[in-house]
Unconditional design. Sequence first.
Length: 323
Amino acid sequence: MADRIWVYAEAVEGTLTSTTLEMLTMATAAGEAEAILLGSAPDDAVGALGAYGARTVYRSDDPVFDEYLMRPAIEAVAHLVEMHHPSAVLFASSYAGRDVAAGLSARFGCGAISDVSGFALLNGRVEATIPALGGSYVAKSTLVGAGPNLLLVRPKSVEANPVGGTANVEPVPVPTDDDVRQVRIVDRVAVPVEGPQLEGAKNIVAGGRGLKSAEAFHMLHELADLIGGAVGATRAVVDAAWVPYSMQIGQTGKTVKADVYIACGISGAIQHLAGMKSSKHIVAINTDAQAPIFSVADLCVVGDVFQVVPQLIEEIKKRKGLG
């Protein structure tokens, strides 16, 4: 009998997250994939989960999962684990995923492995692959002892590949105890954003300390608009309050996998490389010919970003007939 690998599915703003689909691809490769989907979700969510490999979807759209913080979800998943004993449960490295995994870890007195980029099941035990030192090395980690195998998966670890399947739906019992309804969500504040989001952007223009000021990011936004891309930044730039944290790419920010990644004035600290070096085509612009960013770049431009980027903008405009 194939190992049953569960995926804790998440839907944000009416759409299944990309990491959910990536985890299903991971689970399908390791065994029989199943998904847990709690709370509000798009109408086609079950169909999409099946198309990406889920044989079964444990589903409840009860409002309790939307109205209260993670306790109802933790109790519901714990009940399912006790009933079905999956070989492993995968969570995204998101706020919700970390909260539910942590709650289950406390509930079952077991460990959890974070920042997982892959895993294998060997004689009933999970062996997780964890990138270390910005991906320069790979560590292996194994959970021992009783309890479920809980894995927190880093985004963009694999490409999400549909397999064209369908899923059966099993209803999830809704927790009714008062103690799971102690913390209610009273308001949600949506932060307005413009343009493509970093996580799913095909083209990204990112800036580092070489831009010298927050004002210089205007030209990155102009370039990103011309190529239909998003703008990102390094941690140093975020720490300097030039741009918000939502734009940070790297080990402590977002992990991206763009088709084209243009690094402007970025030296290439290992923490930043960890978040972007799996992009397909990397263009680096830096005055320092020895900058570490050039070690991962496909096209290295040794030059002043304040000269190169404006010239690039003008050339793109000319080819697009924009002036």
